[in-house]
Design a protein around this ligand. Structure first.
Ligand code: ATP
Length: 148
């Protein structure tokens, strides 16, 4: 079976530097928020909806496509081929993080170093590095919002 999800690396600016949002998923691993793409949704719309539903952030701005990752897992004996569309977002304003879904154990804003230490799925560290690099390039090029 094939399954399609969408999610994102969300970054915000602080005077001291940038912070990255990670959640602890239902399997006890730190990762990005994501979830199933519903009928009629684009991957980016699904990512925005899932982020709102999982951690309560409504004020996020899409900056870029980030990656498309694939993995396989087994559920009740069946192989599931999963594709996840990932986007880079900037969180704006001062919205507080919430843990809104039962499956999620925690959600935190982390420094880039701490986020890179915690994330552990295969290949996820590289995606996170790319996201942080892109965000910093955007800062240098003045592409992110300087009004907050
Ligand atoms: P969602 O609705 O968010 O897609 P889910 O629980 O249906 O959630 P996954 O989060 O993909 O699906 O989890 C299914 C299995 O894949 C679990 O064993 C999980 O630990 C594993 N998994 C989750 N993210 C990754 C990843 N980035 N790389 C490899 N395996 C992952």
């Amino acid at each position: 079976m094939n399954e399609f999800s969408a999610g994102g690396v969300i970054i915000k600016k602080r005077p001291e530097g940038i912070l990255v949002l990670l959640i602890k998923d239902g399997y006890g691993r730190w990762t990005w928020p994501k979830g199933n793409i519903e009928k009629g949704e684009t991957p980016q719309e699904a990512a925005i909806r899932e982020i709102r539903e999982e951690v309560g952030l409504k004020n996020i701005r899409p900056l870029d496509k980030l990656d498309v990752i694939k993995y396989v897992y087994r559920l009740k004996g069946k192989l599931i081929f999963k594709t996840v569309y990932l986007f880079l977002f900037e969180a704006q304003g001062e919205e507080s993080l919430k843990v809104l879904k039962e499956e999620i154990e925690d959600a935190q804003w982390l420094t880039p170093d701490e986020a890179l230490r915690r994330i552990e799925y295969k290949g996820a560290k590289e995606v996170l590095k790319k996201a942080i690099g892109r965000f910093r390039e955007g800062l240098l090029n003045g592409q992110t919002d300087r009004s907050n």
